[in-house]
Design a protein around this ligand. Structure first.
Ligand code: ADP
Ligand code: GN1
Ligand code: MG
Length: 363
């Protein structure tokens, strides 16, 4: 595949120089494109969209265009900088939002400069600021017409459906790997009765459906290098109607783990209660009082369910033969699953402390 030729289809400024693989996402192939225009350096993010996972790229890009256009307006109205505070899609030379050829589907974004993405929390303040930013994102999209969004991955956080998919692959066990993951499989099966807690509350109308990001891990937010604030929420592929608890929960799953998402030394994995508190404080501040009392009370459950669900997805992918998440070593998905389940177990141990933290910051 000739990346340079593909990049040439987009309406970018200047002459393209170096093209490097970039970032640590598990889904798309991301490249940093360096260019030069009239003596000035320019940077772009170029991505090959994973079309195995996102099968309707028109719908995907329509969501991103609509959401970013909406956000641009809000950002401009409050005197912000729309070019830095939301993603800017660079169109193809013939005006499309992405380019398709025999090698796949590609898109280009303006590079957000003077900002960083973190794979782990270094300073608690950064995690607090990421909570404020994801809370603001929630508040910013609170009046967005949710019915105009496509479900880019149906039932993305329907944990009950994820459990059914897990059971199916377990039954098929195509590579005979189930025998190598006995304790992890048991961990899932022991929690079968909890899988529908959130969707049941949604169905009963007790939790509101909102426009959510659905993939709020720390490396999906850019932090401003100068101010230290969360400047731009990125990776908008899964923005769709969902529960606020998904966004809160997934951020905790990734950022408040004392170990990495794929940590193999499980003694290093636990819930960092200080970070849990930082994020809770930041997220509730960013949501600006828009969450209901039940949403607030369920925040610990959001954290636990997103961690359990993600672990179950890693395990299902391990059993299926690593067909979904990019892996970088043997048994990577099993390692990721183990880290998630160790975190779930630690959350269960510290449940009342998590509830106390939330109580402290509820309005
Ligand atoms: P994936 O779906 O594979 O996670 P992302 O859209 O999150 O892909 O991009 C992967 C990484 O590329 C991000 O974690 C971030 O480091 C970087 N990145 C993505 N978009 C931008 C952007 N507009 N400006 C700067 N960096 C970006
Ligand atoms: C994937 O795209 P990325 O790497 O930000 C996944 C999330 C998982 C996450 C686990 C579309 O996120 O759902 O929580 O990996 N995204 C998709 O790290 O499946
Ligand atoms: Mg990402």
């Amino acid at each position: 595949m000739d990346l340079r030729e593909c990049i040439g289809k987009f309406a970018i400024e200047g002459t393209v120089g170096e093209i490097k693989e970039y970032g640590s996402g598990h889904i798309n192939a991301t490249y940093l494109v360096e260019a030069e225009s009239k003596g000035n350096p320019k940077k772009y993010i170029f991505q090959r969209i994973n079309t195995e996972i996102f099968q309707n790229v028109d719908h995907l890009m329509e969501n991103i265009r609509n959401v970013t256009t909406y956000l641009r307006n809000r950002i401009a109205k409050r005197g912000g900088d729309p070019d830095r505070e939301t993603l800017t899609v660079i169109p193809t030379k013939d005006g499309g939002s992405y380019y398709r050829d025999a090698n796949g589907c590609f898109r280009m974004y303006q590079f957000i400069s003077d900002a960083s993405c973190f794979d782990a929390v270094d300073k608690p303040e950064d995690f607090y600021e990421s909570g404020v930013a994801f809370g603001n994102f929630q508040a910013d999209l609170s009046a967005f017409p949710a019915e105009t969004l496509h479900e880019t991955i149906p039932d993305f956080h329907n944990t009950g459906k994820r459990f059914e998919t897990f059971c199916k692959v377990l039954k098929e066990d195509p590579l005979g790997r189930a025998a190598l993951a006995g304790p992890e499989i048991a961990f899932v099966l022991e929690r079968e009765s909890q899988m529908r807690i959130l969707t049941d509350l949604l169905q009963k109308g007790e939790l509101p459906l909102r426009v959510t990001h659905n993939d709020t891990k720390l490396n999906n937010i850019m932090m401003d290098n100068r101010t230290g604030k969360g400047i731009c929420i990125i990776d908008l592929d899964t923005v769709m109607p969902g529960l606020s608890l998904y966004d809160f929960g997934d951020a905790i799953r990734f950022g408040a783990n004392t170990g990495a998402e794929d940590e193999t030394d499980l003694k290093k994995v636990s819930l960092n209660l200080e970070l849990f508190e930082c994020y809770t404080k930041g997220y509730l501040k960013g949501c600006q009082g828009s969450l209901t009392e039940l949403e607030c009370r369920m925040l610990p459950m959001g954290a636990k369910m997103m961690t359990l669900e993600c672990g179950m997805r890693f395990l299902a992918d391990y059993l299926a033969g690593d067909v979904y998440f990019k892996i970088h070593r043997k048994d990577h998905n099993l390692d990721r699953c183990r880290s998630q389940f160790a975190l779930v177990a630690d959350m269960e141990k510290h449940w009342s402390k998590m509830e106390d933290v939330v109580q402290k910051y509820m309005a």
